[in-house]
Design a protein around this ligand. Structure first.
Ligand code: FES
Length: 276
């Protein structure tokens, strides 16, 4: 069993969970993920590692409450336990000294992007971070990003904080004005697709962290397959980070929606159980 050291809703619908998992904390690298189970009969939930503390033996994940399993995780008692925490899984992010790098994050991707931005800065890059949200009350970890980036740009759809609009628009603006050597975009599938489309005309390599449905997370079940560069790749062992210009976004989006009806049904059953 893995002890939950802290669990809190950081902004509406987005939760942070710190888990005691020394074996994962010891070898975590930016861009990797863990698979958690909220209970012994629960679904396996892949979540990017947003931070780790080797001394404390803890890892931190950030997740959005979208279905039954993430609802259960969101209601885990701080100081409670979860039965499974497998990881670190996946290939670490491609960190190098590129020069000037833009890191764009949205939604739960903001958490996942944090260790990537930190590692890029430590590698000697000039790092500009763009954090996007629908509204100011949905942005989080601005101070954390400020501490590891050269410049932080906030953008909200309703213009309640920072620039008005979405990350891809800000990205385009930056690319028109400055020389950028690499872009990292972490967020929902649509956001990463839009960022990749924004950078494509400028020919700036764009790394995205894919979040397809996963089961085993070790390359055996094939559920996480996605076409990248004309080849079938498994996000759990070949990724989750890929070149955004090579991802077949249409296939990825349609596969992510395969079980929407079942998800809705499952959540209804869970809520009925909880409140009856
Ligand atoms: Fe099973 Fe990737 S999750 S092959």
């Amino acid at each position: 069993m893995y002890k939950v050291l802290c669990r809190e809703m950081v902004v509406p619908n987005i939760h942070i969970m710190k888990i005691h998992a020394p074996h994962v904390a010891r070898s975590s690298r930016p861009g990797q993920f863990v698979i958690l189970m909220p209970d012994e009969r629960g679904e396996r939930v892949p979540l990017n590692i947003a931070d780790w503390d080797k001394e404390e033996g803890s890892i931190t994940v950030v997740f959005m409450e979208v279905g039954t399993s993430t609802r259960k995780l969101a209601y885990t008692n701080p100081n409670g336990y979860i039965p499974t925490c497998v990881g670190p899984l996946g290939i670490p992010s491609s960190i190098d000294r590129f020069g000037s790098v833009v890191c764009a994050g949205g939604c739960y991707g903001i958490g996942a992007l944090f260790p990537v931005a930190r590692a890029l800065r430590e590698a000697g890059n000039r790092v500009i971070a763009i954090l996007e949200a629908k509204s100011s009350y949905l942005l989080y970890w601005e101070n954390r990003f400020k501490s590891v980036c050269d410049e932080l740009i906030l953008t909200t759809e309703d213009a309640t904080l920072g620039e008005k609009g979405h990350a891809p628009r800000i990205l385009e603006k930056i690319l028109k004005e400055y020389e950028v050597d690499r872009v990292f975009a972490y967020g929902c599938t649509f956001m990463m697709m839009s960022c990749s489309e924004a950078t494509r005309p400028f020919g700036v390599k764009t790394r995205v962290s894919l979040n397809p449905i996963m089961v085993d997370g070790t390359g055996m079940c094939g559920v996480c397959r996605v076409p990248v560069g004309g080849k079938v790749r498994f996000a759990c062992v070949d990724g989750p980070e890929f070149d955004g210009h090579e991802v077949d976004w249409e296939v990825l989006l349609s596969r992510r929606h395969s079980y929407i009806e079942e998800e809705v049904h499952s959540l209804k059953c869970y809520e009925t159980d909880q409140f009856s």
